[in-house]
Design a protein around this ligand. Structure first.
Ligand code: ACM
Ligand code: ZN
Length: 774
């Protein structure tokens, strides 16, 4: 007779003991009590089903078999097996909800209780995390590896939120269907249950629609400009072949949907409307306001003016046909219709749209968007489904049943919840995984922003301002991966792992169980699991940031160091060499008073992790000297920037550059006393994609008083051509030992962006940093 333990819904201190290091479960279970001893899982282990329909546990069991490499013998209900049993037992305990489970490991038996298939599945996901990371390896398990030790434990676990989502944009870059399976595996191991599949956008239509074959014949392909920056890609030229892209066939999608369901994941397909739709209009221009023609843009477009005509009934018939096929393929409750970032310029000019506004008694184009979404919603609800859209669908009035996905902060979500609508939170600040996860100068190119692991972890999906009643409308949250800067799937993995782990814990674990230090320790093992599974992941949370603070009084510089992760040991060098396990250990901030190249790395168990932080501090004759500027700079730096001893990096917003918007630079430096000067070197940044150009000329002069200067030399710099990489230039002038107290630098701004540039004729930027005087 099987005796099921009665679990207690209270948490003792036991999980915090040293024993706890064997329990690296992410997301952290709602309740966990650790115990002494182990259960040996081996070919002798017998599975018992105490439930009527063993099919319910089949996917859980298959997973266990695949991963451990141990086939399971089956014992019938009637048999009374010996020790070493894994039992699947049903429960009607309502506290477990749709996805909860209970798991007890004792030396004799593993007992899993659940009420629904998702519970069995998640119990096995948790079991796997009780084993060493190698259990995640896709390699054939070695024959001698025929037993696994589970530490004893009691777990009662249910998710906090029902919508635990990850989004993937497959329009800006297309990922083959096998990558989608891998993405679903990644979601499942984090107990995430919604995959928001962003299937259409301006730069590509990725889903086969039988009734409109041109959507993929034309809309899935664009000209290949992959070797250029996303925001400076020239549109398709006449006669040029569109060769870059791809799409998913309906047969592929059916298999993906089935695979997702087997992993307790619901797919929410997104078909964008009324804007973000150039790829569709390239195929069917008759559904636009202007009639086209359109080509699929190979890169960034802003503002988003291409739009479906809201005055033309055939647009709606087209979209309904598309959605009918989409609903046939995707059985989930929610259909996402986009709704974001539509510029209504075309609607203002279109006679059909104007007639629609009049005939429907609408106030303006904002209400026309609301009409559009409401009309589509009627179609979706008539098929028994629910519409979800980005928070712009609030504008002009929300469709009666719509669910709102709040991305421009939380305001849209709060407003919708107050109108008794369901919401999913995904504010850019914490949930956009296309943002940098480490300091930009140590990271591959990303869209901008800064959302490190700890910031994701700090996210709280229920805004404080909501009442308990309103808060019930928050279904959960999700993270989004837009892929403008993600050309290959491995990079999508890098951007999502391990931030996905942080988001999973935000969405699954009880709020009060979320503790950064504890997560930071557990995530170390999670990274080893990614490694074993062959996933590309980021170690940015281990990257060392080196902060230097100049002190104008002592003329010294204070250096401090840190990592996001709390556990590693930081070691550093001051001579530019690579930090090793034997290098100086960082304990507390220290000061320096000579030129050094500081390099620092994080070490976990003697191994270097993450990126090495690097800072060059330059001590020179003008260090911390006063600087007077004739024309103001506009952004980023401070008044100290030019003489603070620090050099700017390739990242224009690293705080070390002064940005001048069309202004020239004229700076006069006061060295405090008459000084012999042998060379002057100034640094400039060029990043044409961000409209930043080198100066066209730089001129130096030296004087004994502030009004009389003697020329020390000048240099001209050619204006950048197309496709020049972002770079830093040092303009050095040797001065044959001139003497003076004052030094003047003039750097001439290119003024406006050159002819070849997308911003031609518009104000250009000049970025300047440290003026080094020797
Ligand atoms: C969005 O990021 N445009 C929803
Ligand atoms: Zn129109």
């Amino acid at each position: 007779m099987l005796i099921l333990t009665v679990f207690v819904w209270s948490q003792g201190m036991s999980a915090q003991t040293a024993e706890a290091s064997r329990y690296n479960i992410i997301p952290k279970p709602a309740r966990i009590e650790t115990a002494k001893g182990t259960f040996i899982f081996s070919p002798k282990t017998v599975a018992r089903y105490l439930i009527a329909d063993e099919k319910n546990v089949q996917s859980a069991l298959t997973l266990l078999e695949e991963i451990t490499g141990i086939p399971m013998k089956l014992a019938s209900k009637e048999q009374s097996p010996d020790a070493n049993t894994i039992s699947f037992a049903p429960t009607t305990d309502e506290r477990l909800g749709d996805e909860g489970y209970m798991l007890e490991v004792t030396p004799e038996e593993i007992t899993i209780q659940a009420g629904k298939p998702a519970g069995w599945f998640y119990a096995v996901q948790t079991l796997l995390q009780l084993l060493p990371a190698e259990v995640y390896s896709k390699k054939e398990k070695s024959p001698w590896r025929n037993h696994w030790e589970f530490p004893c434990v009691s777990i009662v676990d249910t998710p906090r939120f029902r919508w635990r989502g990850m989004h993937l944009d497959v329009s800006r870059h297309f990922f083959p269907v096998n990558d989608i399976y891998t993405y679903l595996d990644m979601l499942a191991m984090h107990k995430l249950n919604v995959f928001h599949w962003h299937l259409t956008d301006d730069q590509g239509w990725r889903i086969e629609i039988k009734k409109y074959p041109r959507l993929t014949e034309i809309g899935a392909w664009r000209v290949d400009r992959e070797n250029q920056h996303w925001n400076s890609r020239e549109p398709q030229r006449a006669g040029e072949k569109a060769t870059y892209g791809g799409y998913y066939t309906q047969e592929e999608i059916k298999r993906v949907v089935k695979y997702a369901a087997d992993h307790n994941i619901t797919i929410v397909p997104e078909i964008e409307m009324p804007a973000h739709t150039t790829a569709a209009l390239a195929a069917y221009p008759q559904f636009s306001c202007t009639g086209g023609p359109f080509t699929v843009p190979p890169g960034g477009v802003w503002p988003i003016t291409d739009i479906y005509c809201a005055g033309n009934d055939s647009t709606f018939y087209f979209l309904q046909d598309v959605l009918a096929e989409v609903m046939e393929l995707f059985p989930g409750q929610f259909i996402h219709v986009g709704g974001d970032e539509a510029d209504k310029k075309e609607w203002k000019a279109c006679p059909k749209c104007r007639a629609r506004i009049k005939q429907e008694g609408l106030k303006d184009e904002t209400e026309l968007q609301s009409y559009f979404i409401k009309r589509i919603e009627r179609f979706i609800t008539s098929h028994g489904r629910r519409l979800i859209g980005w928070d712009e669908i609030l504008e002009g009035g929300l469709a009666p049943e719509a669910t709102v996905m709040s991305w421009r902060g939380e305001a849209g979500g709060i407003a919708a919840a107050r109108q008794n609508h369901d919401v999913v939170m995904t504010p850019g600040s914490h949930c956009y995984f296309d943002y940098y996860q480490g300091l930009p100068d140590m990271e591959p190119l990303a869209i901008g922003g800064y959302t490190p692991l700890s910031k994701v972890y700090s996210y709280e999906p229920v805004p404080e301002s909501l009442s308990a009643e309103e808060a019930r409308h928050v279904l959960g949250a999700q993270a989004n991966l837009w892929t403008e800067y993600n050309p290959v799937f491995e990079h999508a993995q890098y951007m999502t792992l391990p931030r996905m782990a942080a988001m999973a814990e935000v969405l699954w674990s009880p709020k009060e169980r979320r503790v950064w230090d504890d997560f930071s320790r557990r995530v170390e093992l999670q990274l080893m699991r990614y490694e074993e599974a062959g996933y590309n992941y980021s170690k940015s949370a281990y990257s060392v940031s080196v902060t230097v603070m100049p002190d104008t009084i002592s003329k010294r510089v204070t250096v401090s160091m840190g990592t996001e992760m709390t556990t590693p040991v930081i070691r550093y060098t001051l001579d530019g060499t690579e930090p090793k396990n034997s290098s100086q250990r960082y304990e507390q901030p220290f000061t320096i008073d000579k030129t050094c190249v500081i390099r620092a790395g994080a070490f976990v168990e003697r191994n270097l992790r993450g990126n090495i932080g690097e800072r060059k501090v330059l001590f020179h004759k003008a260090i911390l000297a006063d600087v007077k500027l004739t024309y103001p700079f506009e952004r980023y730096g401070t008044n100290r920037t030019l003489t603070d001893g620090l050099r700017g990096t390739l990242s224009f917003n690293d705080g070390n550059w002064q940005g001048y918007h069309q202004n020239d630079v004229e700076a006069v430096i006061d060295l405090g006393k008459s000084t012999t000067i042998s060379s002057i070197t100034t640094t400039f940044l060029q990043n044409t994609a961000s409209w930043i150009f080198f100066p066209v000329s730089v001129e130096y002069s030296v004087g004994n008083d502030i009004s009389t200067f003697v020329a020390a030399g000048s240099q001209d710099i050619p204006v950048a051509g197309k496709d020049e990489a972002t770079s830093i230039k040092e303009i050095q002038q040797d001065t044959i030992n001139m003497t003076g107290r004052f030094l003047r630098i003039r750097a001439k701004n290119v003024g406006v962006c050159p002819e070849w540039h997308p911003g031609r004729g518009e104000k250009a930027w000049l970025f300047i940093d440290e003026i080094v005087v020797e």
